[in-house]
Write a protein that binds this ligand. Structure first.
Ligand SMILES: Cc1ncc(COP(=O)(O)O)c(C=O)c1O
Length: 393
């Protein structure tokens, strides 16, 4: 018999009833150190007082109004994002997948209206992840996600990650855009080197095509800058955002330049909940916190601490781990043992990490994790690694 919940997830037998900062409390009282943060969602940890206040204050006043009307919190958040980024304009969604959908539509409409309707093709990279909608799975293109779901949305070409020649020869007069994650999350915490991101920007400029960055997982302070592409000193035409921007409330956004967004006029796109007062009140509180003086500096300092500690862990358990990679507080431990064994052993040691492709375990702690919690995380990861090593012996 099919379970009451459609069985699309492999769930761990853990049921959390409360969250406090970097901690999740299980129904039986055990306290888990959360280095997954809802897969980069709880950017400010669980039950951050500022977010709780923003949500509850808004909840007392007004939960929802349609986008038929002005929404002051949405206006405020859009203006903040425009002030802090390359973008001239913002559309709010409820998730990363919906941000992907709009990014694809925006690109096609841009070229349609520019009198180049043949430009519909978007170049993407193997190992990427852009969501589970029809456009999202077609964009990523992996067999694991697409098998059985055909016919797929046409217009995507998948290129090997980091192969410049393949990319250059793939661009033609049907190419509309390149879509890429500055740091692949699901793909195994693979950071695109700054030089590659610059090269992609140049290629786009050379051919008059649009650059879409998917910062759903790596954005909102995760790498120690507000958005990961800032490290490379380049900016996209369109950027997909979600996860951290809502700090746990379902909120996403598409940021764009005026030119890229020029086709998106009244009636061309919409969302019932996207940009709703509750989500935007929380989004404003997240963004104000992350953009406050010193916050990102602290993220960078703690990222250095965490990385150093993880390098030590890899050196101590060479049979379990091969290397550390990633950027800021978006770190991956490339495993020699099966990554799922490490995740499982983490449950035993009461520390939560997340598996990714390429036999990687991901560490995406709340950006507010303290030095003491980083030390505690290492003690627990050491315990987990020792148990994996003992099982393998
Ligand atoms: C890079 C990236 N893009 C898009 C998505 C899809 O986001 P959502 O699950 O919010 O729809 C994800 C989710 O993991 C992601 O990591």
């Amino acid at each position: 018999m099919i379970p009451a919940i459609l069985p699309t997830y492999n769930r761990a037998p853990l049921s959390f009833v409360k969250g406090e900062g970097a901690w999740l409390i299980e129904a039986d009282g055990r306290r888990f150190l959360d280095l997954g943060a809802g897969i980069a969602v709880n950017a400010l940890g669980h039950a951050h007082p500022r977010l709780v206040a923003a949500l509850t204050d808004q909840a007392q006043a007004l939960w929802h109004v349609s986008n038929l009307y002005q929404i002051p919190a949405q206006q405020k958040l859009a203006e903040m994002l425009v002030a802090e980024t390359f973008a001239d304009t913002v559309f709010f969604t409820n998730s990363g997948t919906e941000s992907c959908e709009l990014a694809v539509k925006m690109v096609r409409k841009h070229f349609h209206d520019a009198g180049q309707p043949e430009r519909v093709e978007i170049l993407t990279f193997e190992g990427s992840f852009h969501g589970r909608s029809s456009a999202g799975i077609a964009a990523a293109g992996s067999e694991k996600m697409t098998k059985g779901f055909g016919p797929l949305l046409p217009g995507f070409r998948h290129l090997p990650f980091g192969n410049h020649e393949a990319l250059q020869s793939a661009v033609n007069d049907r190419t509309a855009a390149i879509m890429v994650e500055p740091v692949q999350g699901e793909g195994g915490i693979r950071a695109l080197p700054d030089a590659c991101l610059k090269g992609l920007r140049d290629l786009c400029d050379q051919h008059g095509i649009l650059m879409i960055l998917d910062e759903v997982q790596c954005g909102v302070g995760r790498t120690g800058r507000l958005f990961a592409h800032e490290w490379a000193g380049v900016s996209p035409d369109i950027m997909m955002v979600a996860k951290g921007i809502g700090g746990g409330f379902p909120l996403g956004a598409v940021l764009a330049t005026a030119d890229a967004a020029s086709g998106m006029t009244a009636g061309t796109h919409g969302s019932t909940y996207g940009g709703n007062p509750l989500g935007c009140a929380v989004g404003c509180a997240v963004l104000e916190t992350v953009c406050a003086d010193g916050f990102l500096e602290e993220v960078r300092r703690k990222a250095g601490l965490m990385r150093q500690a993880l390098e030590g862990l890899v050196a101590e358990f060479p049979g379990v781990f091969a290397e550390v990679r990633g950027a800021g507080l978006m770190l991956g431990l490339v495993c020699r043992a099966p990554n799922t064994d490490v995740v499982q052993a983490g449950y035993g040691a009461e520390v939560l990490v997340v598996p990714a492709a390429e036999n990687v375990v991901r560490l995406l702690p709340p950006l507010t994790i303290t030095d003491a919690e980083i030390r505690e995380a290492l003690a627990r990861l050491r315990k987990a690694a020792a148990s994996v090593q003992a099982d393998a012996a």
